[in-house]
Design a protein around this ligand. Structure first.
Ligand SMILES: [Zn+2]
Length: 468
């Protein structure tokens, strides 16, 4: 998830310093989005291929949960909110502890895709995987290394839009990197160290490149790592580091010459959307009925590297898997699709790829898209996105005695890939993003009631839509 036009986790918009935002996708790199998600800077991707998923081999993924006793039901045979919550929590446990980090780069995402496919299939839905590839900046290799006086790696994030490459040489401090700040000796064949602030990253990078620098390191002017973006590459690798690391480099410079190596490498990685479908109720098998409406419930199943991602977005995926069992027992006068989006944390790649792959005729039949992202915090569930749909869900929630909270700010997640194409979509989220994208995003912090309420709200809304 991303907010305020800024990438998940921690992204810096240049002037206002640093805000911990939603989590996203710190993986590989983040897409600093000035107001809109625009992962396109992340390089080309080759076309996508959709294939029906063969039965998953035993043992390939965590044991199937499908056989576990169905949720306890209330008077109307509908599962209780508590039972749905308990069911979803079990799935979060499998995703965040048995599977662990589900990032694109480490392959954790692929294991999660297989598990989703297995569970959707076991629930009795038709499953397809839509493969595509993304270009990411490799995280597994250090981006910044001090080579002298004493060798050590420094945690550094490649600026979105930065060119890849290697720059190695003497480190020179250049203040804020304004043209007037540049050291008299110039930066020819040196590596520049600038501080964040006052002027845009783009201008700092252009000044460094123009002055002949081999690479640029920008240190944050607020606590935490720096995730920044460039409007365009300047021909040298540009990375961001934390204020503390910037300070320690300056202290090192005060003691003598410092040599560093900056390296940014891009790789093309496979990802996929996992699509499960419940066809519309079409007893007469009348093809005309196949042209009915489509309702999509989705959520990204990837995480950033190195975190359990229980809430972001184990919670949303767990509700999808819980819904799979419930809707598979029903029929609606419209098609229902449950979609696990891949590579959201890298810039909404999966959902953009999915929307792009839909023929216009099919897009026009989409009645509603509900994107479930971070639905397990204590905070009340809120809906943000298409106003009419959000209002509709609010009314549905009220009819179920459930009050929806407010989601403020510019939350950017997979629903945006739909709304941008005029398709009615909302995000359902519990807007407390304080620990997502950190190792603290663990299952024990989740509120199962919120998981259950999210599932019940979606089921209730599908029911209501079916009555209209
Ligand atoms: Zn998310």
């Amino acid at each position: 998830m991303q907010t305020d036009g800024i990438l998940i986790g921690v992204i810096a918009d240049e002037s206002r310093g640093f805000r911990r935002l939603l989590g996203v996708g710190i993986a590989g790199f983040l897409i600093a989005l000035s107001g809109v998600a625009c992962a396109s800077s992340q390089g080309a991707e080759s076309g996508s291929s959709t294939q029906t998923v063969p039965p998953v081999a035993a043992g390939a993924t965590p044991s199937s949960q499908a056989g576990v006793a169905p949720a306890a039901t209330g008077a109307d045979n509908a599962p209780t909110t508590e039972a749905l919550g308990a069911e979803a929590l079990r799935y979060v446990r499998v995703l965040s502890t048995e599977l662990g980090p589900r990032d694109t780069e480490s392959g954790g995402e692929q294991k999660a895709a297989a598990f989703l496919a297995q569970e959707f299939q076991a629930a009795g839905l038709q499953v397809q995987q839509q493969g595509f590839s993304v270009v990411v900046m490799l995280r597994s290799e250090p981006r910044l290394t001090v080579t002298a006086p004493a060798a050590r790696d420094v945690s550094a994030e490649p600026m979105i839009g930065s060119d890849e490459g290697i720059g190695q040489g003497v480190l020179i401090f250049g203040g804020l990197g304004k043209a007037a700040d540049l050291p008299t000796g110039g930066l020819k064949r040196k590596v520049a160290l600038f501080e964040r602030g006052e002027i845009r990253f783009q201008e700092k990078a252009e000044n460094a490149a123009r002055a002949g620098a081999l690479a640029l390191v920008v240190s944050n002017n607020a606590a935490g790592p720096l995730f920044g973006s460039l409007l365009a590459g300047v021909g040298i690798p540009v990375v961001g580091i934390s204020r503390d690391d910037g300070q320690s480099l300056k202290e090192l410079l005060a003691q003598g010459e410092v040599m560093v190596r900056v390296a940014i490498k891009r790789v093309q990685l496979p990802s996929a959307n996992v699509i499960a479908e419940l066809p519309a109720n079409n007893p007469a098998n009348n093809p005309a009925n196949n042209k009915g409406g489509i309702v999509i419930v989705g959520g990204h199943y990837d995480t950033i590297p190195g975190v359990p991602g229980a809430n972001d977005n184990g919670s949303g995926v767990a509700v999808l898997l819980t819904l799979a069992k419930e809707i598979a027992r029903k029929r609606y006068p419209f098609t229902v699709r449950l979609v696990g989006f891949g590579a959201e944390e890298l810039g909404l790649w999966g959902s953009r790829r999915y929307v792009e792959s839909l023929p216009a005729e099919e897009r026009s039949r989409i009645k509603a898209v509900m994107n479930l992202d971070v639905v397990g915090a204590q905070a009340l569930i809120g809906a943000l996105g298409d106003a009419a749909l959000a209002q509709d869900l609010k009314a549905q929630a009220a009819s179920m005695g459930l009050s929806l909270g407010v989601v403020s700010g510019d939350v950017s997640s997979d629903h945006l890939s739909f709304t941008r194409e005029g398709i009615p979509a909302v995000i359902l989220t519990t807007p407390d993003f304080s620990v997502i994208h950190t190792p603290e995003d663990t299952v024990d912090r989740l509120e199962p009631l919120r998981l259950g309420q999210t599932a019940a709200l979606v089921l209730g809304y599908l029911e209501a839509l079916g009555q209209r």
